[in-house]
Design a protein around this ligand. Sequence first.
Ligand code: DOR
Ligand code: ZN
Length: 348
Amino acid sequence: MPEQIDAIALRRPDDWHVHLRDGGVLAAVLPHTARQFARAIVMPNLVPPVTTVAAGRAYRERILAALPPDAAFVPLMTCYLTDATDPEEVARGHQEGVFTAVKLYPAHATTNSAHGVTSIDRVMPVLERMAGLGMPLLVHGEVTDPEVDVFDREAVFIDRVLDPLRRRLPELRIVLEHITTEEAVNYVASSGPDLAATITAHHLLINRNAIFAGGIRPHLYCLPVAKREKHRRALRRAATSGSEKFFLGTDSAPHAVAAKETACGCAGIFTALCAIEIYAEIFKEEVALDRLEAFASLNGPKFYKLPPNEGHITLRREAWVVPERIGYGDNTIVPFRAGETLRWRLQG
Ligand code: DOR
Ligand code: ZN
């Protein structure tokens, strides 16, 4: 019989990809992320998007103001890249400690990406400036060509956009965000240290069947969409491999119920409530708990050239039920695994 483990202690983890939104949603979701993580890379796809140093600084202030009084949480801000982004604005944001990284959304790839990049050529001056500064580019890696099958968009992006970009500008440091395919795992694993990837909890847990189990499940729809089982298995192997190139990024992306349960529902899965518990469950299933700390707490800071966190968290073996909904104003958000019983519970 394997020994029963009752507690997992970890250096405090970080979330290297999260959507905190603004206003009432921010106030509702931020305490959950701040409880689970010491720092988070905050996505800039607000309406309007965060494209200037002033907007990044103001958004950071709103996040800090919305924190619970005793929270020790550091938001790391990102600049939303557009065809019109001024390289000097990005450089100034980085040098003034406002922008940790720049986010590239291909135009119309996902939620609030209408202002995104239409071609790499247009943003080359910004990318060259970033390469000189060592500033990371965070990439939503999907082509938007409607001819390309939605399940192939990540793999095609690697061939058509990412690989040519890396050959053109090898010094640019890149994070391929929320990877969902075996192709992405292999591409990242076989590249040099300047390319890394984040992996979400939900892509480690569900394959594309889950979206259609017994009927359409809008709360399991996100972008990139979950893929076949063989891809989920590849993601699990990558996350638990111990490789420094893969680290935790939840892509927790809250949407109001009314925006999810509708004829044209938004993409996004809200995992902030129970992300670290789910990662722990997965690493336990894969008999890789000894590698959870590297994935959740060490590899990310190493890539971002930041020190790992000093404090620790404890997860205890304790059954608890994920709430059906969390409310804000007149709206509600359905969390990932709502109503389900989880095995691990974050203490405190
Ligand atoms: O599912 C997603 N939701 N994917 C994204 O890329 C954006 C995010 C959001 O902002 O809701
Ligand atoms: Zn995202």
